[in-house]
Design a protein around this ligand. Structure first.
Ligand code: NAP
Length: 249
């Protein structure tokens, strides 16, 4: 059965787990062919590929560290070879290395910026070439409520996620005239491996700050990504869509 993304090729970075996994499966359910990359968990990535294939389209997973230019180039070549040019790019790969400012190591600051922001820049640049040629493209990057409002103990992560918003707004202006939209999604507190390890006290405090009174599910973020990638997003660019149960206010 044809979906709203039939005939499109999507690439989801960090598609092996959590939000990226849910987005990959949701895009496939709408008919897209889906490539995903993972950092190290090949088994998890293969499981997502199987889930995508079960929706009837094509799918493939590739290892790549999005902070490395040569890895990104290889990722795009492999995707193009197997599934065709990337129409929809989801910049989702992300990490945290939390710590209070006075104890934060410069390496931890750099690494978070490299993966979360430089990775999104490198992949967007590679995707834009083909999108501009074909005069159609969707770039959707995962920011965070923390990129909008900050969070103690996450100076590196907040800076990277605020950077993603700046990147999104600049690219929206640069690429809009050629049919390429660029948007960000700012999730709040979503139930994934990334938030699993939070101490009980912090978790309870965060819950109190969410008007909807519960954590979000990865699938709820995925629905926003499908909306922006599909016809619903045709006239939306340069925006930050909060999917946070009301957290950002
Ligand atoms: P997650 O469960 O920790 O999964 C991270 C994903 O990124 C995995 O697929 C991982 O691959 C991949 N990855 C990590 N480093 C990478 C690298 N250098 N190159 C390529 N891939 C890499 O994370 P998540 O919670 O789903 O978060 C997904 C995105 O949403 C992130 O950008 C995060 O900042 C953002 N976000 C999350 C929340 C939340 O509450 N969870 C809130 C706001 C924003 P492996 O499986 O191989 O390790």
């Amino acid at each position: 059965m044809a979906g709203i993304l039939t005939g499109r090729t999507a690439l989801v970075t960090g598609g092996s787990r959590g939000i990226g996994r849910a987005i990959a499966i949701a895009l496939a359910a709408e008919g897209a062919d889906v490539a995903l990359c993972y950092a190290g968990r090949e088994d998890a990535a293969q499981e997502v590929v199987e889930r995508c294939l079960a929706q009837g389209g094509r799918a493939a997973a590739f290892q790549a560290d999005v902070s490395r230019e040569e890895d990104c180039q290889r990722l795009f070549s492999q995707t193009e070879e197997q599934l065709g040019s990337v129409d929809i790019l989801i910049n989702n790969a992300g990490i945290t290395r939390d710590g209070l400012l006075l104890r934060m190591k410069a390496e931890d600051f750099d690494r978070v910026l490299e993966v979360n922001l430089r990775g999104a820049f490198l992949c967007s640049r590679l995707a834009a070439r083909g999108m501009l040629k074909r005069r159609w493209g969707r770039i959707i990057s995962l920011s965070s409520v923390v990129g909008l409002h900050g969070n103690a103990g996450q100076a590196n992560y907040a800076a990277s996620k605020a950077g993603v918003i700046g990147l999104t707004k600049a690219l929206a202006k640069e690429l809009g005239s050629r049919g390429v939209t660029v948007n960000a999604i700012a999730p709040g507190f979503i139930r994934t491996d990334m938030t699993e390890g939070l101490p009980e006290g912090i978790r309870e405090g965060l819950l109190g700050a969410i008007p909807l009174g519960r954590l979000g599910e990865a699938e709820e973020v995925a629905r926003a990504a499908v909306f922006l990638a599909g016809p619903g997003g045709d006239y939306i660019t340069g925006q930050v869509l909060a999917v946070d149960g009301g957290m950002a206010g």
